[in-house]
Design a binder for this molecule. Structure first.
Ligand code: ANZ
Length: 847
């Protein structure tokens, strides 16, 4: 007897699929509705790993499902092939980053081919190809024209190991580099930025339209990252200084409680203020600044840290009270948030209070938090006995005494025109007062910073700008794109703080054909997040040499219906792709504002509870698993392991179990002995009901990503089918064929090779990938019935067909409604009814 042999099955069908190219989307004349399913494209470091196996398995289930539902599905693949790891590996091994990158891509392509995700291979792209990065340069220039790409000198995050700048997003919470692990320091450099802050409101507000379709966690991470604060901008005159200082505050209601001002020592403003200071003050400031520059951002934001600062011997004037307040520099104020300066209200802000207590500055309460505010009950704390803890006397809540700032609601006091108002009303009134006097206005501030895109590294997209000796910036004309990367031969790629491209003299020097003057190419390359911010559009026109993408194709396919990938991209990549999509929409290239209509984040593949890694020595190699168990068993195992959003522990799964099930399913198809045109209606009714229940439930389960449940239902249906084959009408029963076909089509989402072989054995042509899901028949979804007997005074009077699950009440109601029962009880009274659902009802009457 023939046995299930996954290797033979793989060898048999792979060449057939290569020939058929069943996953080419958008063929001429295809009128099916469309779906665009996208997996986050891989980075070519080595071969594919188990994480890839999992993510691409889920994306493929979704793709194959929608094909089976009658859609023309676009499921493309490409490589995110620029970036530091290639360069670092190249430096370490002395080989060309190009060679390293493309040989890894070849390896991954081979592995993918065997793993068999349903990719449209005609649209492959690699971001390191000039045909691709040419359009990064085009995008850059489009943004430059609109003022959305600009240069500025500022303090940037500097990775001293990789010797390159990092975006804020690439600095971890502990202040180290996401890439090298080095402690990130600050360095002042002139760099290129994309003006993402212009889009902050839209990036925030448009998240509302993704509610429910994106993971809630990702939405909240995006919201926090953008971090919008609403409040006011207040202008303060400075004695003996020509310019006013503006501060951002979320609490303009506390303006009368501002007893000093603090500026960030590293803000230009601070340098301005000490410009005319006495040598002593200037010196104290300088040495403080030097110390601050060695302090990490994280330490500066740590509220627990002891407050430090220097008095600048200057005074600001409170615009509403006219009060004169001292100006200090302190590092708890950040240079690049708001205006880099705060009005300090120590009574109501903890950081300001800590500072005031450290340096003996006045504290003035302007919100009486003990006074009740209409509609808001004061918060009272209770001790263990349930006795309210109340302050003994008013002094006990004085912040200057307790060291605790009063941040709650209350009534304004010591505040002139604001006295008596609640916090919310006082905020509104304070803004009105400021606006009337022209010394302030309502304002918003964001945590989001502009996107720093310059990198001082080799393996990336050259920035298409020429520099004149006078500092003039000249965009490279469109017809000269791409600006190709020079060969790496002869260049020192080792990080040294300036881009290796600057040393490629022949490449970097350009003579202006019109004027004959010498120009130099910008030596920096773009952050690779630029590459991935729009790649989903390039797939629509991957071979188009005349434009980045065809807007007509974008109209047909985009936005992406389902995006699948890791939660590690929850902030950066998704935010940048959303931003660039909005830019392209504003430029008229696309007619939608969000790139990804739905996102699925897969969990991680762990081993023994921890993340797999080479250094831990707990790596399960994808290639080994693929070789040992075959693509289908591997894919099925990943789908069956649990909800896709959750982590999978490889120690807990059974690939053997999956392989056994595949063999069982395969034998069902092999055993079917009826012809394809057999009349299903004549088949075993119980099996047919089971099959149609599966057909009714599997689509909803698949669409809500409950792949593991679908697999479980498939296993059940396979077992029931096997029982019918081994008994009753046997393999010739038409219901057996029906079940086998349904199993085959559904199984093709998880195990395409096995399903293809089953499809062939059932008498059909390749490929099962084109087979359509059948609709569940409503009549077969009605439950089986049983016959209930109704007796009156011990005599059978009626029989009714009821559901085996009928309730006692329903069955009694049916019995009482029976005409036969009515006839049998004429002139009598029912005194007792005993119901044994679903079989029997006994009615007793007065006799
Ligand atoms: C006066 C005030 C009184 C404030 C009060 C708070 C409470 P979020 O919510 O994070 O936006 N601030 C403004 N710019 C700053 C900077 N560059 N570095 C450090 N702190 C800065 O915080 C806004 C508040 O943070 C602002 O409101 C300001 O202090 C401070 F009872 O102004 B507030």
């Amino acid at each position: 007897d023939e046995v299930y042999d996954f290797r033979a099955i793989q060898d048999r069908w792979l060449p057939v699929w290569d020939e058929l190219e069943p996953f080419r989307a958008g063929r001429e004349g295809d009128v099916r509705p469309r779906k665009y399913i996208l997996d986050m494209f891989p980075y070519p470091s080595g071969d594919l790993h188990m994480g890839h196996a999992e993510a691409f398995c889920f994306g493929d289930i979704v793709s194959r499902y929608w094909r089976g539902q009658g859609f023309d599905v676009l499921h493309p693949i490409g490589w995110d092939s620029f970036g530091l790891p290639a360069e670092n590996a190249a430096i370490k091994r002395g080989i060309d980053p190009r060679e390293w990158t493309y040989s890894n891509i070849d390896q991954q392509k081979k592995s993918f081919r065997l793993y068999a995700p349903s990719f449209d291979w005609s649209r492959v792209l690699h971001t390191s190809d000039p045909e691709y990065y040419k359009w990064n340069q085009w995008l850059f220039l489009e943004m430059y024209k609109k003022g959305l790409a600009y240069r500025k000198a500022s303090w940037v995050n500097w990775d001293p190991v990789d010797q390159t700048v990092l975006a804020n997003e690439q600095v971890l919470d502990d202040g180290t580099s996401e890439r090298s692990g080095a402690v990130v320091v600050k360095k002042k450099l002139t760099q290129w930025y994309f003006k993402i802050t212009d889009y902050a409101d839209r990036l925030l507000d448009d998240l509302n339209q993704l509610e429910g379709a994106w993971p809630a966690k990702v939405l909240s991470m995006q919201r926090n990252w953008i971090g919008r604060s609403i409040g006011a901008e207040v202008d303060f005159e400075v004695e003996g200084h020509p310019e006013k200082i503006s501060v951002f505050t979320t609490r303009p209601d506390t303006l009368y409680g501002a007893t000093f001002m603090v500026v960030a020592p590293d803000a230009d403003l601070a340098a301005d203020l000490v410009a005319e200071a006495t040598p002593e003050v200037a010196e104290a400031f300088q040495s403080y600044l030097t110390a601050v520059q060695k302090t990490s951002e994280v330490d500066r934001q740590n509220a627990e840290r002891e407050k430090t600062g220097v008095f600048l011997h200057r005074y600001a004037i409170n615009p509403v009270s006219g009060e004169r307040i001292p100006i200090w520099a302190a590092d708890y104020v950040l240079a690049d948030y708001g205006h880099g300066a705060v009005m300090a209200v120590p009574a109501h802000d903890q950081r300001d209070l800590d500072f005031a207590r450290q340096f003996d500055l006045p504290v003035r309460v302007v919100v009486d938090t003990t006074a009740p505010v209409t509609g808001v009950l004061p918060v009272i704390e209770f001790d263990g006995e349930g006795v309210p803890i109340l302050p003994d006397d008013i002094e006990s809540i004085d912040p200057a005494v307790t060291g605790r700032a009063l941040t709650g609601d209350g009534r304004l006091t010591n505040s002139g025109p604001l006295n008596g108002l609640s916090k919310t009303n006082a905020i509104r009134r304070a803004i009105e007062v400021l606006e009337e006097r022209g010394t302030g206005r309502s304002a918003k501030t964001y945590r989001l910073r502009d996107w720093l895109i310059s990198r001082q590294r080799y393996w990336g997209t050259p920035i298409p700008i020429l520099h004149g000796e006078d500092g003039e910036l000249i965009p490279v004309p469109q017809e000269q794109l791409p600006v190709r990367l020079p060969a790496s031969e002869g260049l020192d790629l080792k990080p040294k703080g300036s881009s290796p491209l600057g040393a490629a003299d022949a490449w970097a020097t350009v003579v202006d054909p019109d004027t004959g003057r010498q120009l130099r190419r910008d030596p920096d390359t773009m952050d690779t997040f630029v590459d991935s911010s729009w790649y989903y559009l390039r797939f629509l026109s991957a071979q188009d040499g005349t434009q980045a993408f065809d807007p007509a194709e974008a109209e047909k396919w985009a936005p992406v219906d389902q995006y699948v990938g890791g939660v590690e991209h929850a902030i950066l990549h998704l935010l940048y792709a959303r931003f660039i999509t909005k830019v392209l929409c504003d430029l008229g290239y696309v007619n939608f504002t969000e790139p990804f209509s739905a996102v699925l984040n897969q969990g991680m593949v762990l081993l023994d509870g921890s993340k797999m890694s080479k250094s831990k020595g707990n790596l399960v190699e994808f290639a080994d698993e693929l070789d040992e168990h075959g693509a289908d068993a591997l894919r099925l195992t990943l789908a069956f392991a649990g909800p896709p959003e959750e982590d999978v522990d490889w120690a807990d799964v059974s690939v053997h179990g999956s392989a056994k099930f595949l063999a069982r399913a395969w034998r069902v198809a092999k055993d079917v002995s009826s012809a394809p045109d057999v009349d299903w209606k004549k088949g075993d009714q119980a099996l047919r009901r089971h099959t149609h229940r599966f057909l009714a439930e599997a689509p909803g389960l698949t669409e809500s990503f409950k792949f593991n449940v679908v697999v479980a239902r498939l296993m059940e249906l396979t077992n029931v089918t096997r029982k019918v084959i081994d008994s009753g009408a046997g393999p010739a029963d038409p219901a057996v064929r029906e079940a086998a076909e349904v199993i085959t089509v559904a199984l093709s989402m998880f195990a395409p090779y096995t399903a293809e072989d089953m499809w062939h054995r059932l008498g059909y042509e390749a490929t099962v990938a084109n087979a359509q899901w059948r609709k569940a028949s409503p009549t077969l979804l009605v439950e089986e019935s049983v016959t209930a007997i109704i007796q009156v005074d011990g005599k059978v009077r009626d029989r009714v067909e009821v559901s085996p699950k009928i309730s006692v009440e329903d069955l009694e109601a049916l019995a009482r409604a029976s005409e036969a029962v009515a006839r049998a009880t004429v002139g009598r009274q029912i005194v007792n009814v005993i119901v044994r659902a679903p079989k029997i009802v006994n009615i007793a009457t007065t006799t």
